[in-house]
Design a protein around this ligand. Structure first.
Ligand code: ME8
Length: 483
């Protein structure tokens, strides 16, 4: 069986998930479901990035004291990881595994990986003096500061001067450029490729991968007294989860990964540092990294200070999981930046879901129930043109296009209903009514199949109607929103 291994970033857990994290994870879920539907053996991985200083700062804030014991920190991380895991369950996401970087399987994998890089002589001792942004968990050049602050996080970086160990990232410059050149689909969307290439060519330097005096973090025997830099540890999660240390067969099956789904903020880590680390360890490189855009909330950057952070669980509770999925996947052209707005979500709900899909299904099934004892026989229609374009869109990860195509098919059904006026046929020509309903029922079933990965709960309900499960009158797919 063909395999499909897809990952999301592992998220920092200094707070609960917001709509941005949900976005990436929902898209990954839709792709995982789509590939399962295609009969592939899917491994969909998400998880939590726990060895970050900012998690520790959050734990200190939470308990109201500094110098927490290891037990306190671990308890905080356990609680937060639980919140993240539960969030994905509540949103009906189907990740096959959930990796935490404080787990034994990950720590072992990091040790094994580091040894490979160490034995390759790709790690050396040096000294580092410069700025470090804790929010980015990255070093930052003085020339990139704006008013002395990190341009992304608007906070002052720490000045650091210490002896560290460095990874020979620059040694892999040519090999990385070569891989990117020979694998045009490695970095997607294509528009992001130039950004990465110019970084690799002009800016990429060796990177310090250990930190002095870190109280939290993974340590390795090769480098006593220092903990590993969180990104070097975090990226390895993609290997730890598939048996890098203890399950050769599983590892051979799933690696290399088919798709690392990430936001554009972390593209360099995934398209430069990570493949260089893999080259050093002599492991195959990822088939594809897709970096999607960022969205604002009603036009403003999402931030705690502005108080506009959207909780995906609350949105889903009010409007339904499928509504949230539909809105995110349809509204924002996948790959581009976008905006999240509840007003737009409600518009989409009313026009596309309630009046579009919901109304079509309820009209058709209501007529069938009213005029026939059993469901009219499905009348096959050639929809190969639709399926071809739909598959192409998903292949290019143009998920918004795939959904737009489905809604074109919904419109076609509405046109058939308006033209044929089945409620009149019920009085004049019952044979024709049966045929028309059979045609519509066939189309709706195909539409539902195309929506299974995107709107899983709705699709299940619609398919249930074909088996006589439930009644559309008592249980509408998308009830009117309360004003
Ligand atoms: O970077 N719009 O974790 P993180 C869209 N631990 N997506 C958004 C978003 C927004 N406004 N805000 C966040 C880390 N995201 C590291 C990753 S991987 C080995 C380590 C999403 O918690 C998007 O996917 O800061 C982004 O890349 C990710 O959250 C960053 O999550």
């Amino acid at each position: 069986m063909e395999k499909y291994y897809i990952t999301t970033p592992i998220y920092y857990i200094n707070d609960k998930p917001h709509i941005g994290h949900a976005y990436t994870t929902i898209v990954a879920d839709a792709l995982a479901r789509y590939n399962r539907q295609k009969g592939r053996d899917v491994l969909f991985l998400t998880g939590t990035d726990e060895n970050s200083q900012k998690n520790i700062s959050a734990a200190e804030k939470h308990y109201g004291k500094e110098n927490l014991s290891k037990e306190d920190v671990q308890k905080y991380l356990n609680d937060m990881a639980g919140v993240w895991r539960e969030t994905w369950k509540k949103l009906n996401l189907t990740n096959d595994d959930f990796i935490r970087t404080t787990e034994e399987r990950h720590v072992k994998a990091v040790k094994k990986f580091l040894k490979l890089v160490w034995d390759k002589d790709d790690i050396y001792k040096g000294s580092y003096e410069g700025y470090y942004c804790e929010a980015c968990e990255a070093f930052i050049k003085e020339s990139d500061l704006e008013d002395g602050k990190c341009p992304d996080h608007k906070q002052e970086p720490k000045k650091i001067k210490e002896e560290n160990y460095f990874f020979r990232l620059s040694k892999y410059r040519e090999k990385l450029l070569d891989y990117i050149e020979k694998n045009p689909d490695f970095i997607m969307p294509k528009s992001r490729k130039n950004e990465v290439v110019s970084y690799i060519k002009d800016f990429m330097e060796d990177v310090s991968i250990t930190r002095e005096g870190l109280k939290w973090g993974i340590t390795v025997p090769e480098i006593p007294g220092q903990a590993l830099y969180v990104w070097f540890d975090a990226l390895i999660n993609y290997l730890s989860a598939i048996g890098f240390v203890d399950n050769e067969k599983k590892f051979a099956k799933y690696w290399p990964v088919d798709l690392h789904l990430v936001g554009k903020d972390i593209i360099k880590f995934h398209c430069a540092l990570w493949p260089a680390m893999l080259l050093s360890a002599e492991l195959p490189l990822p088939r594809q990294v897709f970096a999607h855009g960022f969205f604002t909330i009603d036009g403003a950057k999402m931030s705690k200070t502005l108080g506009n952070v959207v909780n995906p669980v609350e949105v889903a509770k009010k409007y339904g999981n499928d509504t949230l999925r539909y809105y995110l996947l349809r509204e924002i052209p996948f790959g581009e930046d976008g905006d999240f707005s509840i007003a737009r979500l409600e518009e989409r709900y009313n026009s596309d879901l309630a009046n579009g899909l919901g109304n079509l299904v309820s009209r058709t099934f209501a007529l069938a129930e009213k005029h026939f004892d059993t469901l009219p026989e499905l009348q096959e229609v050639d929809l190969s043109g639709f399926w071809k374009k739909y598959e192409e869109s998903i292949g290019e990860l143009k998920l918004h296009n795939a959904l737009a195509l489905v809604w074109e098919e919904i419109s076609k059904c509405d046109i058939i209903i308006d033209k044929e006026k089945p409620w009149e046929l019920a009085k004049t020509d019952k044979d024709k009514l049966e045929k028309i309903l059979g045609d519509l029922l066939f189309r709706i079933k195909e539409i539902t199949r195309a929506l299974e990965a995107f709107l899983p709960e709705t699709s299940e309900k619609i398919l249930g109607l074909y088996e006589g499960k439930g009644s559309i009158k008592e249980n509408p797919l998308f009830p009117r929103l309360d004003k």
